[in-house]
Write a protein that binds this ligand. Sequence first.
Ligand code: KIV
Length: 265
Amino acid sequence: MESKKTVRSLSGFKSEGRKITMLTAYDASFARHMDEAGIDSILVGDSLGNVVQGRETTVPVTLNDMVYHTRCVRRGVKQALLIADLPFMTIRDRDHCLAATTALMQAGAEAIKLEGAGPVVRRVEELAGLGISVCAHLGLTPQTVHHLGGFRVQGRGEREAEKLHSDARALQAAGAGLLVLECVPRDLAGEISADLDIPVIGIGAGAEVDGQVLVAYDALGITHGNRPRFSHDFLADAGTIPGAIKAFIDQVGAGNFPGKEHGWD
Ligand code: KIV
């Protein structure tokens, strides 16, 4: 029987060179399939705003929404590390951040994820100082999509790349235990992953990182319209949901996913 996954064990996987697998889930049934398939981590992403609620962005997702879905997912998970997203603007100051983190942890999260750097580094320091496991998120940060000018690749050009790299170092120094890098050129993501001690989990960030995360609805072909370039419909290949989850885990583990076509130079 596999043992309980923690931020610490994921960090051990990085040291061993074993790729880390993460999928999003929003309910107990999907979470149970993922857990039983041996996924390392399940993220209750605020992408639920897009794929469950049918919204254009994650900005309208509330703390109550996140707490509700975290409770649902908790009931399906035994072994995977359960991470929940701090939704839009709950990190605006220390008190709101602590209150939102308390609500998510009491709903069953074991770590929380938050987007951005700059003033967010301070929030990471505060949470880590209180013994909360934190997953940082850089690159394309969907909560600031309006400011970024749309869903675009981030970290292109020397200045942007240096800034992203130094933000990643600052978040690690502040106590983040994991980092998600979204839509970042593959070489930059590989450099950051090699430089940091903490695991770097990519989505649209190439294969040279420590693990991969996908929005489950993309990976299962449920998402309407164009599937993001960095994703793949594993259900179309495997034919069943448990088979698709297993295929994702196996292909990431073997270094066969993502391929070149799923990322950017
Ligand atoms: O909300 C989410 O699902 C995420 C992943 C895309 C990493 O942040």
